[in-house]
Design a protein. Sequence first.
Length: 170
Amino acid sequence: MMLWGIVCSMQPPGTGATTVVFVNCAETTAGEKGLVLTGKGQEQAGQLARFLRDMPVEAVYSPYSGCLQQTVAPLAVSKNTTVRYFRDASEADPKVMDHILQEMIIRHTGKTIVICAPPKSILKMANLLGIREKELKPGLGLFEEVLIVNVFYAGEAVAQKLNMNFQKKV
């Protein structure tokens, strides 16, 4: 992971691949105001921040949902930024979601962004970025897995799934 961060940081600003790191919500439980992170979920959120500590993250995104926002809040703090909210239109309106993703890519060209979303939304967003679902290995949806998508200038994309527990390609 550290090598990945070094390679990404060597690219001149505004050029090269835009790296999108997708992560699922940490462990939750039902609370008064919807889903909230459990104690283990809070530990997992901290684990995400530690996992990405050497990666230069420019922006952190989440739909306006308590558990998703709580999952990436420690990461945002560690990167000296705030969680930016977006409308998750993956299910309801894929054209709108495609527009939202393209705006994120344009705004952060050549940089790294993190998007926390539900597993179904991650699959749909990865598909909108050019990753075919059959190219993704089964098992997406566990918190410990992150999906890293490099989006190139010509609209081409490649994906790699990493396991935070082992920090190796799976």
